[in-house]
Design a protein around this ligand. Structure first.
Ligand code: CTP
Length: 399
């Protein structure tokens, strides 16, 4: 949401990773941003301006003195229009020029003239990256408030292994969203989110778990980050990539999640328990693998796990989830009351196409007055923002 209607100047420089900038331009455009691409001359050797023009639907600036371009006459127009400038990939040469304040091309001019935040994703050979002069240039730009994302470690175009790879596009997107949202309505707030289905071991191979994908919790963590919050994500194992700019605490069992949440909420303003916590675990965990030959039938004795949300209390707001198959609103209201919550988000797990594992969810948000707000079927990212709208309002009231 933080990207919609924003003007993003995307600087592309002469690296083999320039083709990845096309994906970045596409994702930014799909998220509703107006993407203005500036390519250095070297970048046009790797990817054509037509690629970016086709993706963004906007003219691409390649030269300072190009009469056909609407920006050539007013050489600082893009600098003024930008909500953010993103340079991906950024070569050692471009970084050196920016550090020195050189403005001999449109990208240099724009960065020198803009008051917008600048995010840089470097890509270069490992020796170029580790060279003292490059490190000094990076330090200079960091001291001026530029945000750097990466580079990553891996195989480089020259065949070397090392630091210098352009990070994944999703990481760059995460950094852009975080920087754009840093003055949002959750700025200076600490938000703890739990996600995923806990795993309770039976033996070294098997565990008891559930079908939670973690998508709702991860969407909440990213949405809170994009509204300026400092976010801790306590996550049970799931197949999702770690969100950029969020402190991730990996746990497996309900007991581990309990310990991690107790620690994380120390200075928290909000706890959102989106995790599907196992209610029971095996009383004993077999040290060796249980063999098929052992017996014709097998019973597991189970005991209750700690009710994390029921027990972790403090001055922070507490938001729970209720995944129900019957009497949705009544059951959720009861949980809200029993666990003394500030908000509960209920969803009917029998509705097809939403809830566990899906990308969308249809939820009812209930507050302590008992008032129920029924939302339409929405992508989980939007559900996350609707929940955080309520959280931000409650925090503002509390203040
Ligand atoms: N929860 C928790 N610790 C548990 C179980 C649940 O913190 N051991 C949290 C969930 O993360 C969720 C809320 O409590 O935010 C409600 O979870 P749910 O499983 O629906 O509630 P239960 O109290 O376990 O009730 P039941 O499973 O009987 O419906």
């Amino acid at each position: 949401m933080v990207l919609s209607d924003k003007t993003i100047v995307l600087g592309v420089t002469g690296s083999i990773a320039a083709y990845k900038a096309a994906d970045l331009a596409s994702k930014l455009t799909q998220a509703g941003a107006k993407v203005e691409v500036i390519m250095t001359e070297a970048a046009t050797e790797f990817v054509t301006p037509l690629t970016f023009r086709s993706i963004t639907g906007r003219p691409v600036v390649t030269k300072m003195f190009e009469l056909a371009s609407e920006y050539s006459v007013e050489h600082v127009a893009l600098a003024e229009a930008a909500d953010i400038v993103v340079i991906a990939p950024a070569t050692a040469n471009t970084i050196a020029k920016l550090a020195a304040g050189i403005a001999d091309d449109m990208l240099g001019c724009t960065v020198l003239a803009t008051e917008a935040p600048v995010v840089i994703a470097p890509a270069m050979n490992v020796n170029m990256y580790q060279n003292k002069v490059t490190q000094e240039n990076l330090d200079k730009l960091k001291a001026r408030g530029f945000t750097f994302v990466g580079p990553g470690y891996g195989r480089l175009a020259c065949g070397d292994m090392g630091l210098g790879r352009l990070v994944d596009v999703d990481e760059i997107l995460g950094a852009v969203c975080q920087v754009l949202g840093r003055k949002g309505d959750l700025a200076d707030k600490r938000v703890v989110v739990t996600a995923g289905g806990t795993q309770e071991p039976v033996d070294p191979v098997r565990c008891l778990t559930n079908r939670s994908s973690g998508k709702m919790g991860y969407a909440l963590a990213e949405a809170a980050r994009d509204r300026g919050a400092e976010v801790v994500l306590v996550t049970a194992p799931c197949a999702l990539g770690k969100p950029y700019g969020v402190e991730v605490v990996d746990v497996a069992t309900a007991e581990e999640m309990y310990g991690a949440v107790k620690k994380a909420v120390a200075k928290a303003d909000v706890l959102v328990m989106a995790a599907a916590v196992a209610d029971y675990r095996p009383v004993t965990v077999s040290k060796s693998k249980i063999k098929r030959q052992q017996a014709v039938s097998l019973s597991l004795e189970l005991e209750r796990t700690p009710d994390i949300l029921g027990q972790v209390k403090g001055k922070f707001l507490r938001v729970g989830f209720a995944a129900e198959s019957d009497n949705l609103v009544a059951n959720a209201r009861q949980k809200l009351k029993d666990k003394h919550l500030d908000l509960i988000v209920a969803n009917d797990i029998t509705t097809p196409g939403c809830g566990i594992g899906a990308d969308a969810n249809q939820v009812v948000i209930i507050d302590p007055s008992g008032k129920a707000e029924k939302l339409p079927l929405l992508p989980k990212k939007e559900v996350a923002d609707r929940i955080l709208d309520r959280v931000a309002k409650m925090l503002a009231k509390k203040r």
